[in-house]
Design a protein. Sequence first.
Length: 187
Amino acid sequence: MKQIIFIFMSLLCFSCSSKAQNQIADTNVQSDKKILVVYFSCTGTTEKAADAIAKTVGGKLYRITPATAYTSADLDWNNKSSRSSIEMTTENSRPELGGEALELKDYDVVFLGYPIWWNLCPRPVNTFLEKYDFSGKTVIPFATSGGSSITNSVKQLKKLYPKITWGEGQLLNGSVKQAGEWAKGVI
Ligand SMILES: Cc1cc2nc3c(=O)[nH]c(=O)nc-3n(C[C@H](O)[C@H](O)[C@H](O)COP(=O)(O)O)c2cc1C
């Protein structure tokens, strides 16, 4: 009888400990992902969302910095001759970037944030995407806007960069809390 109880107790212990190990492994899968939160922002709205995402998921923040900063005159979409208007009406415009060097190979997941410009992503984002090798990574777009959806910009990104593994894009025009909650849910 004692032997039977011993065998039963041993089996019970083994089952509990393997369950506990699985739980630890599951937790590690999430925390082991190295996350980069890249963003382009001229007036700070997308930056706030990016900051909230980085804080919530424990990612590193990286700003896409144009070699020449945009002035408010550059951002005037009502002026056909403004810098942003010219860039956005010129499909192959790729403004030069400055900013710090980036070791992209250190990351598994890249959140990519931008303001919607002319229903697309701003051209410096294209310069960024063409500068680095995204193989083996998942790129998850997010955007802020004056009301437009993210759909058209994501469609164009997928068309231009079919080799990139794209996660589902999200418009983040709500609170920074919403941005963080969304990011937690997708990694
Ligand atoms: C040049 C330019 C073009 C824009 N085009 C659009 C647009 O097509 N649709 C829209 O909803 N908002 C548009 N906006 C508004 C921005 O997407 C919005 O203000 C965004 O939150 C700004 O982000 P930021 O503060 O990170 O730069 C445009 C803004 C600029 C400067």
